[in-house]
Ligand binder design. Structure first.
Ligand code: SAM
Length: 283
């Protein structure tokens, strides 16, 4: 059987599963990231919008137009557009993140709605928008083709997706090897997402660029604690985790993994939704 881009994406993501014996030994989810990270990112984008994805979305957004943010977290992608947007809808499966978004939108006096649920499962209950944004979500999505098609058919003008060039957990791969003796995957990458998006029948454009890392909630001690959780080990292995992090250039002055600028890719394409009528709230 030939591996279609979609099948390959799903099987590459499946390889990221954590070995069941390690998962069984831990209570805390190794996949949860600090909520403060996303709240800080959203707050900064609200105050000082920046980045290529923001520029490409802003160029397609009519004054007073509507924005739908899928996998919104605290809404960093959409809140950056608050100067032009007349209305923002945020979809996320995590209601706690949506509550942070709702607070930020209220503070900025942007009319906003939230929808708690999994995309595309809830897509039928969500109205179309002028621009659909989706940042840092695709590596969470095994069934990428149906996810992408629902983005496309909810955008009247443009869909703008941003992802890191590599799977965000790949930075921890050397730590997995040091602590567990396990080799972790390297695929899928942003190129693979572009292949899946293209296979859905749209014609994406894309550009690679670099974004400064977000370090909210990741001081040195926090980084060690988070890394222990992500590697499914208790505090009894914290010294091993710390040694592996130090080997990778982490220090109290530099409490993060990898370079301070991250390779990211912005991918955008035309939507196919009917243009939402002006001045209508879409709930
Ligand atoms: C890494 S965070 C990114 C948040 C935000 N877009 C940002 O860039 O700061 C990914 C978010 O997507 C949400 N998410 C992942 N898969 C989802 C899905 N299929 N439907 C809805 N939300 C999803 C998670 O709950 C999480 O809040």
């Amino acid at each position: 059987v030939t591996a279609t881009p979609t099948r390959r994406w799903r099987s590459d993501l499946d390889d990221w599963r954590i070995p069941p014996n390690l998962l069984a030994a831990t209570a805390a989810s190794p996949w949860t990231l600090p909520a403060a990270l996303f709240a800080g990112r959203a707050r900064r984008q609200l105050e000082d919008p920046s980045g290529l994805s923001y520029e490409i979305a802003a160029a397609a957004l009519p004054p007073g137009g509507s924005v739908l943010d899928v996998g919104a977290g605290a809404g960093a992608a959409a809140l950056a557009l608050r100067g032009t947007a007349g209305w923002i809808a945020a979809v996320d499966e995590d209601p706690a993140m949506l509550a942070v978004f709702a607070d930020l939108a209220a503070t900025a006096a942007v009319p906003a709605d939230t929808v708690a649920g999994r995309w595309p499962d809830v897509a039928a209950t969500v109205a179309g928008a002028d621009v659909v944004v989706c940042h840092n979500v695709l590596y969470n999505v095994p069934d990428l083709d149906t996810f992408v098609t629902a983005l496309t058919d909810h955008a009247a003008e443009r869909v703008v997706v941003e992802i890191t060039a590599e799977h965000p957990a790949a930075l921890l791969n050397p730590v997995w090897t040091a602590v567990h003796g396990i080799r972790r995957p390297t695929r899928p990458r942003a190129d693979d997402a572009i292949d899946v998006i293209t296979a859905t029948g749209v014609r994406p454009q894309w550009r690679a660029w670099q974004r400064p890392i977000t370090r909210d909630g990741t001081g040195y001690d926090e980084l060690i604690a988070t890394t222990c959780r992500r590697l499914c080990v208790g505090r009894d292995r914290a010294a091993d985790v710390e040694a592996a992090l130090l080997d990778l250039g982490v220090s109290r002055e530099r409490p993060y993994l990898g370079p301070p600028m991250r390779d990211v890719v912005t991918i955008w394409w035309d939507g196919t939704s009917e243009r939402p009528p002006d001045g209508v709230r879409h709930t």
